[in-house]
Write a protein that binds this ligand. Structure first.
Ligand code: NAP
Length: 322
């Protein structure tokens, strides 16, 4: 083991969780405008296991071998030429490079300096690593895409998951009336986070329980029980469906037009400035970060298997270094 190498989770082929194995690989070097970050914790997202299996971002990453992972919290080890906003020793978090490969499940990661932000000071690296991809998705959907305003009615499907628990809190922070779908056991917690109404999707069709909604943040998609298409029924005329998991099929676009509502596909983007705003909300106690379970880097496969059951409360995180 030399200073030029590091541990990383590498997959040599597409497949199940067993393809994820720790290997010794070259340590990356920051180019001009990039920072090298020593990773303390790496967040796990559904796009990771989708890509592992050959869907998700696999088409962009190409054939394995590659290292998954976009969410990172750690400490700046080195800065490339030209970086003036960060310095060695700064604690940072980020979602660099998405949707290109970022090699997040590793001891060191490089990324453009402005795709990082200072880590929220009031949470540890594990909780900070749970934030970037899920919270940026929620922020860019609720704030940048839907422009949610006080008094509007917002429905969040899969509200108890990684993206959902942030979407509920951001919509509530903006003064919206928030309706959340989740299994009944999650309802008291979602109310604490700011949901005004909760719907148990295991017993109730949400379109029978919600109406006159301005914005749907759909985190389930049409692949599961036609959730995006059913969402159209709860929107008021001119309302907006942000279809996050599978985008907008021609059939969904047509159904939206016929219903007199709007629908948009969505893909999260790196955004250091938004991460700074989100860190401020976390440090002000306005937004809580839920981590259900952590796994050491060596157990990335077990973490994926856990996540793939689609029942995670908040987030799963890999611990990498101390
Ligand atoms: N386009 C993009 O840029 C983008 C970005 C981020 C995520 N995504 C996608 O968005 C989806 C959600 O991501 P995530 O990270 O939030 O996932 P996640 O954390 O794995 O979601 C788990 C949650 O889903 C809930 N759930 C499962 N089936 C449900 C249903 N039929 N109705 C309501 N809730 C249900 C579960 O609730 P219970 O435990 O209560 O059953 C669980 O809390 C994924 O498909 C992901 O790939 C897309």
């Amino acid at each position: 083991m030399s200073a030029d190498t590091m541990r990383a989770v590498v997959q040599d082929g597409f497949g199940g969780p067993e393809v994820l194995r720790v290997q010794q690989v070259p340590r990356p070097v920051p180019l001009p405008t990039e920072v090298l970050v020593r990773v303390h914790a790496a967040g796990i997202n559904p796009v990771d296991w989708k890509t592992r299996g050959g869907t998700g971002m696999a088409g962009l990453l190409g054939e394995p071998p590659f290292t998954l992972g976009w969410d990172v919290s750690g400490v700046v080890e080195e800065v490339g030429f030209g970086v003036t906003t960060l310095k060695p020793g700064d604690a940072v978090y980020g979602m660099p490079w998405f949707p290109r490969v970022a090699n997040g499940y590793a001891e060191y990661v490089t990324g453009p300096a402005r795709q990082w932000a200072r880590k929220p000071a009031t949470v540890d690296h594990v909780h900070a690593a749970a934030v970037p991809l899920a919270a940026l998705t929620a922020w860019q959907a609720v704030v940048d895409t839907a422009n949610v305003r006080a008094g509007q009615r917002v429905l969040v499907t899969a509200a108890a998951g990684g993206v959902g628990h942030f979407a509920v809190q951001f919509a509530r922070h903006l003064g919206a009336h928030v309706i959340a779908t989740a299994s009944a056991a999650r309802h008291p917690w979602l109310k604490e986070l700011g949901a005004d109404e909760t719907i148990d999707y295991t017993t109730t069709r949400f379109e029978d329980a919600a109406a006159d909604v301005d914005v749907v943040i759909d985190l389930v998609g049409d692949a599961h029980d036609q959730t995006s298409t059913r969402s159209l029924k709860v929107l008021r005329a001119g309302g907006l469906l942000v279809a996050i998991p599978q985008g907008v099929s021609p059939e969904l676009a047509q159904a939206a037009e016929a219903a007199g509502v709007r629908v948009t596909p969505f893909l999260v983007e790196p955004d250091g400035a938004a991460l700074t705003t989100i860190a401020d909300l976390i440090d002000a106690g306005e937004v809580a970060v839920e981590v259900e379970e952590t796994f050491p880097l060596e157990q990335a496969g077990a973490a994926h298997a856990r996540g793939e059951n689609l029942r995670t409360r908040g987030k799963l995180v890999l611990t990498v270094t101390n």
